[in-house]
Design a protein around this ligand. Structure first.
Ligand code: AOF
Ligand code: ZN
Length: 355
């Protein structure tokens, strides 16, 4: 079917609704749904929190009594293929068939085991017309964290760092260097509210003593993850303050866990990034933001284990220092944030086969 701008508008609404679930649904995907009757939205909803009702269920529940009789003559738009499994909730395919919805438009497939095309097939077999791929690119991007988690059994990895206008990441003596402006700081905290875990290396923990919490935006804080090979980081550092859950990866015999503090032994070899991601996935972490420092970022880049990079270019120059990591692909997008510029990169190799 030709993708009319009208169907794109309804799908765009699904995406906007889906994003309202950011930070609350992981490791489930963000999903939005709109029920349309003769060009009018008679119901809409989104997946609001993990384990709770799916977008389709909320959209149907929102239909006013006066509009209920239109449901069997409506089109359901969903940002992701409806589920076909009993998870925390019953399959949405069953609900769609029960409600006699004749037409379903979706943006992309859900690669979760047991779904992955089976949802669309179940609907078609029941006589529902199913259209796939409206605003497909944006829909796939929205669902990429979930699809990466289920297909690759690792979290979706976002690299985040800042550099001066001339590419300096840190001063030569490793002192903390604050480069970016207040907009960028606020945005970073918004990202923290949307991410399951943040990871830094021991050098960054020592040099910057970051709290790694979300203090400048609504919502919660992520799990703090620190790579401390020798297990020698001083307990006075903020990451040990017990204010937020912290997981330390170390090569040493780990001490017993304490309140909000857990340890995981892992060899610090060439497989470190992969092993850390595997363990995080085991703990149901589906999105991870790697915030530094240079060596840690480079380790993930070298292993090819990253999906997206968000790089701030500050407005100022720094005379000397260690240069920021280089990414193997050019940025796809640049956004101005006052004196800063934000560059967005994607690892095209990792998003292959997830379409
Ligand atoms: C949908 N609509 O809004 C969401 C879906 O354990 P459960 O019951 O939450 O189900 C998990 C499955 O549902 C899994 O395939 C996940 O990707 C999908 N999430 N599906 O139809 C939604 N959030
Ligand atoms: Zn569902």
């Amino acid at each position: 079917m030709a993708q009319s701008p009208v169907s794109e508008r309804f799908m765009q609404r699904c995406f906007d609704l889906a994003r309202l679930g950011a930070g609350k649904v992981s490791p489930n995907p963000m999903v939005g749904a709109v029920l349309e009757y003769q060009g009018r939205i008679i119901g809409e909803g989104f997946h609001q929190s993990y384990g709770q009702a799916h977008a389709e269920v909320n959209a149907l529940a929102s239909v006013l009594p006066a509009d209920v009789s239109f449901i069997p003559h409506s089109t359901l738009y969903v940002s992701l293929e409806p589920c076909d499994i009993y998870g925390n909730t019953p399959p949405c395919t069953q609900l769609i068939i029960q409600k006699k919805i004749p037409r379903v438009v979706l943006s992309c497939f859900d690669h979760s085991p047991g779904v992955d095309g089976a949802g669309a097939e179940r609907l078609r077999n029941a006589g529902v017309e199913v259209i796939v791929g409206v605003l497909g690119e944006e829909g796939r991007r929205l669902s990429l964290p979930r699809n990466t988690f289920v297909r690759r059994q690792r979290p979706y990895v976002i690299l985040k760092y800042a550099q001066s206008k001339n590419g300096v990441f840190a001063p030569p003596d490793n002192r903390q260097l604050w480069l970016t402006n207040e907009y960028s700081r606020r945005l970073t905290h918004k990202w923290r509210s949307e991410t399951d875990a943040l990871l830094i290396g021991a050098n960054t923990a020592l040099a910057d003593d970051p709290k790694l919490t979300n203090r400048h935006y609504f919502g919660g804080s992520p799990l703090r993850v620190v790579l401390d090979r020798e297990g020698t980081l001083p307990r006075a550092l903020s990451v040990f303050d017990g204010q937020s859950p912290t997981l330390i990866f170390t090569e040493m015999n780990p001490p017993p866990p304490a309140k909000n503090l857990d340890y995981c032994p892992v060899p610090f070899d060439g497989q470190l990034a992969g092993n850390v991601l595997k363990e995080l996935a085991r703990r149901k972490i589906s999105t991870l933001m790697v915030e530094g420092g240079i060596r840690t970022l480079q380790h993930f880049i070298k292993a090819g284990l990253w999906d997206e990079a968000r790089v701030f270019i500050a407005g100022s120059y720094v005379a000397e220092g260690r240069m920021a990591p280089l990414l193997p692909e050019p940025p796809l997008e640049a956004r101005r944030l006052g004196s800063d510029e934000l560059l967005l990169f994607r690892n095209s190799l990792q998003s292959l086969n997830l379409h």
